[in-house]
Design a protein around this ligand. Structure first.
Ligand code: S3P
Length: 437
């Protein structure tokens, strides 16, 4: 999908109230398809995110000869082809808008006996792939990309991969995962050491599929030459999708909302820490395990927020939540400072620039810095903002609109379907005001 097209008109919502469960986790859904496809036997996935990003990954594996059935929207049944059972595709493999899909696939495809080409939409075609090409090339993989390391990414197969010890320079679970997945095909041991620990779903899921792996926050080590054994995966609700409602209910007076069975992997929940520092009232209820992942119900009630200096240590654990955090900051009393978040510039859009332009259009005072922003909280006005085809920007402005002085028009919202199909209906169901324009 190109990302252009469709708009929302938002605002005039009531207090946010009731209960809801957001769709399945995007990171876990991508990995469930990938490991299920490479496993021996049948993997059943429940709670699957029926979004465009994860469907693109499933289509890629179908093009590689894997049978994937869809008994219902949130279920997939994957007939694993085994580590060496993928077939050469007849054309380019389209990852859509998904950076996770393309970067993790680069690791898987680097180990195959055939050539392949990964392509993506306009946004993905501007996202850096050098960060995976460099370590994978050190393992013996061979790539060609456009100038600047941009997609399409051509992967030459039939290479003998060798395990490496890699120290990451950018905090990126996608880079770590690409290396570990290539490590399944490599001779000897592969290890990754991270300066800042990132989400560990690849490590957890490899263990669930029976692959021997040692891991702890910031470290992972495995050796090639084992087998993935099919297992059933129960995908938790996506914390990043819940994040929009955590902010909406915090901001709109009179709100009280319960979000059910939200994934609480500590490498994902940094926003909770930041919102609590701002004065948010969020209670974790009924903590439990769901398919090997911690989940909890989250009860969030309106509370006046104050500006903070976002602790840099929280940044990797809330990297996808900055658009929502910027909205909370714009509505808070006082100044919020974000530093150490330059990765935001290479997401689905340049999220610092896109949020700054949109908030300014709504009358908010915000200064961009190379690795963050300084936001003066206060009143949010009405106006027109552009999401630049970035799903999380569109949903964040839908939240901002709920407390804006006037109507907010949000352009280019079609890509919300990449991560959160049904966002409009769920939002309206709890009292937010949001309509397709
Ligand atoms: C993801 C890792 C993060 C995150 C993305 C999903 C993953 O990207 O922003 O939404 O599933 O591994 P980076 O690895 O670029 O930080």
């Amino acid at each position: 999908m190109s990302g252009s097209g469709a708009a929302w008109v938002a605002g005039g919502g009531r207090a946010v109230q009731g209960e809801l469960k957001v769709p399945g986790d995007k990171s876990v859904s991508h990995r469930a398809i990938m490991l299920g496809a490479l496993a021996e036997g049948t993997t059943r996935v429940s709670g699957f995110l029926e979004g465009e990003d994860t469907r693109a990954t499933a289509r890629v594996f179908e093009s590689l000869g894997v049978r994937i059935d869809t008994p219902s929207a949130s279920e997939r049944v994957i007939q694993g082809a085994g580590l060496w059972g993928l077939h050469a595709p007849s054309g380019a493999l389209d990852c859509g808008n998904a950076g996770t899909g393309m970067r993790l696939l680069a690791g898987v495809l680097a180990g195959q006996r055939f050539d392949s080409t990964l392509v993506g939409d306009g946004s993905l075609s501007r996202r850096p792939m050098q960060r995976v090409m460099d370590p994978l090339s050190r393992m013996g993989a061979s790539f060609e990309a456009e100038p600047g390391g941009l997609p399409p990414l051509r992967i030459h197969g039939n290479k003998v991969l060798q395990g490496i010890d890699h120290q990451t320079t950018v905090a990126s679970a996608q880079v770590k995962s690409a290396i570990l997945l290539a490590g399944l095909y490599a001779r000897g041991e592969t290890s990754v050491v991270e300066a800042h620990p990132t989400r560990d779903y690849t490590e957890r899921m490899l263990a669930a599929f029976g692959w021997p792996i040692e891991f702890s926050p910031g470290r992972a080590r495995l050796a090639g030459g084992h087998v993935l054994r099919a297992t059933d995966i129960d995908v938790p609700a996506d914390f990043s999708s819940a994040a929009f409602f955590l902010v909406a209910a915090s901001l709109v007076p009179g709100s009280a909302l319960r979000l059910r069975a939200v994934g609480m992997n500590p490498r994902r929940t940094g926003l909770l820490g930041a919102l609590r520092l701002m004065g948010a009232d969020i209670v974790e209820e009924n903590p439990r395990e769901h398919g090997g992942e911690p989940v909890a119900d989250l009860l969030v009630r309106h509370a006046p927020l104050r500006g903070i200096e976002v602790p840099e240590a929280l940044v990797p654990d809330m990297i996808d939540e900055f658009p929502a955090l910027f909205v909370a900051a714009a509505a808070a009393r006082g100044r919020t400072v974000v530093r150490g978040a330059s990765e935001l510039r290479v997401k689905e859009s340049d999220r610092i620039a896109t949020m700054a332009a949109g908030l300014r259009a709504l009358g908010v005072s915000i200064d961009e810095t190379p690795d963050g922003a300084v936001i003066e909280g206060g009143r949010i006005g009405g106006g027109t903002v552009h999401s630049h085809g970035d799903h999380r920007i569109a949903m964040s402005f839908a939240v901002a609109a709920q407390i804006a002085g006037d109507e907010v028009r949000i352009e280019d919202v079609a890509n919300v379907a990449t991560s959160f199909p049904g966002f409009v209906a769920l939002s309206n169901g709890i009292g937010m005001g949001l309509a397709e324009a």
